[in-house]
Design a protein around this ligand. Structure first.
Ligand SMILES: Cc1cc2nc3c(=O)[nH]c(=O)nc-3n(C[C@H](O)[C@H](O)[C@H](O)COP(=O)(O)OP(=O)(O)OC[C@H]3O[C@@H](n4cnc5c(N)ncnc54)[C@H](O)[C@@H]3O)c2cc1C
Length: 319
């Protein structure tokens, strides 16, 4: 079998084979990225996407706060937006925010500059790029409420500028195609004294600490709230608070949070999640939908890239 790295185009950024992903995700489980690529800048990323063999799968990873990486790892290339994508520019009350910027850092930056509207982001982990596809939010505010426009590159390397109203942001989902990588976002707020904004942010953070587990390996809410219902109420109703499976458990404090509290595997967490879904479905008739994005394969895969890529080349020549 052949190493994927040798079939990929040269890049200026960091590219490595067999990179463990558990340490860079909040659940702290899972296998390796077959190849991990941190582009030097957007041109590096675009060039890579245009020249890579199309059969090679692409996965994007932000801060890893809403993903469960399966134990077999992620085949193909995992793209992670590094420092160049962490820039913030301000013009009036509008900000251009890089796809790799942590939303909490952005909220702090905007607060210091006297722009309000982003306070809710100060309590959330994750990047701007990771929050938009699921219209992330809390305390009654979502990405939809602040977003003006996004710049994306698709997996073929074509760049698009798209107004927020065209990406269908609704509760924890969007109509964005799966092959879009968010490079930059433009968001808008309003003027307010920094001291008032910072006070609100402190209050929101305090509220969160009282309601949710902190200082543990978790990816936040496991399931989306079904229309007109709360996932946590349904899970409580089937008596699963604090239940363990392998090294995973259902949080005592917030039952919609799964914890890796004793060297869990991804399999432990996913099985526990599926057990919850099954019990809730049986008792209430509600089919819970995963909010956590599960990536990769359960067991390691070995791909014959040489064969797949030469097949693709022959197909291209025949066209
Ligand atoms: C303690 C805790 C509390 C949380 N509270 C909330 C909350 O209140 N509200 C809420 O909505 N979420 C919450 N979450 C979930 C999570 O923080 C958000 O969903 C966050 O927006 C995910 O961003 P990320 O950068 O970590 O994305 P990741 O977890 O890395 O990825 C999530 C998804 O986004 C995709 N993605 C990542 N970057 C990009 C990009 N640049 N372009 C396109 N797609 C991309 C990935 O492919 C993946 O499908 C919480 C998580 C934790 C751990």
């Amino acid at each position: 079998m052949t190493e994927l790295l040798q079939y990929l185009p040269p890049v200026r950024g960091k590219i490595e084979a067999h990179v463990p992903l558990r340490d860079i995700t909040y659940l702290h489980v899972g296998g390796k990225a077959e190849v991990f690529f941190e582009p030097a800048d957007s041109d590096d990323l675009i060039n890579f996407l245009r020249k890579r063999p199309a059969v090679v799968p692409i996965t994007v990873l932000g801060a890893g706060s809403n993903v469960l990486i399966r134990d077999g790892g992620v085949p193909g290339v995992v793209i992670h937006l590094g420092d160049w994508f962490k820039r913030i520019f301000k013009e009036g009350v509008t900000f251009e925010v890089g796809g790799g910027v942590l939303v909490a850092d952005f909220a702090e930056n905007a607060a210091q500059q006297g722009v309000s509207g982003f306070e809710f982001l100060s309590t959330m982990p994750g990047t701007m790029g990771g929050g938009i596809p699921i219209n992330a939010g809390c305390f009654g505010r979502n990405m939809k409420d602040i977003l003006l426009e996004i710049e994306v590159v698709d997996f073929q390397g074509h760049v698009h500028w798209v107004p927020a109203k065209k990406i269908g942001l609704t509760y924890r989902k969007s109509a964005m195609p799966n092959d879009w990588i968010i490079l930059r976002a433009w968001v808008c707020g309003s003027v307010l004294a920094p001291s008032l904004i910072l006070r609100t942010m402190d209050e929101l953070r305090e509220t969160r600490v009282t309601q949710q587990p902190t200082g543990c390996y978790t990816a936040g809410s496991t399931f989306k709230n079904p229309e007109g219902k709360n996932a946590w109420e349904l899970i409580s109703a089937v008596g699963l608070r604090g239940v363990h499976h392998g090294g995973a458990s259902v949080s005592e404090k917030h039952v919609n949070f799964l914890l890796n509290d004793n060297h869990a595997t991804a399999e432990d967490l996913e099985t526990l999640g599926e057990m919850i879904r099954e019990k809730v479905l049986k008792k209430t008739g509600v089919d819970l939908e995963w909010e956590i994005v599960r990536l990769g394969t359960k067991t390691p895969t070995v791909t014959d890239w040489a064969r797949l890529i030469s097949q693709e080349e022959r197909r291209d020549e025949a066209l």
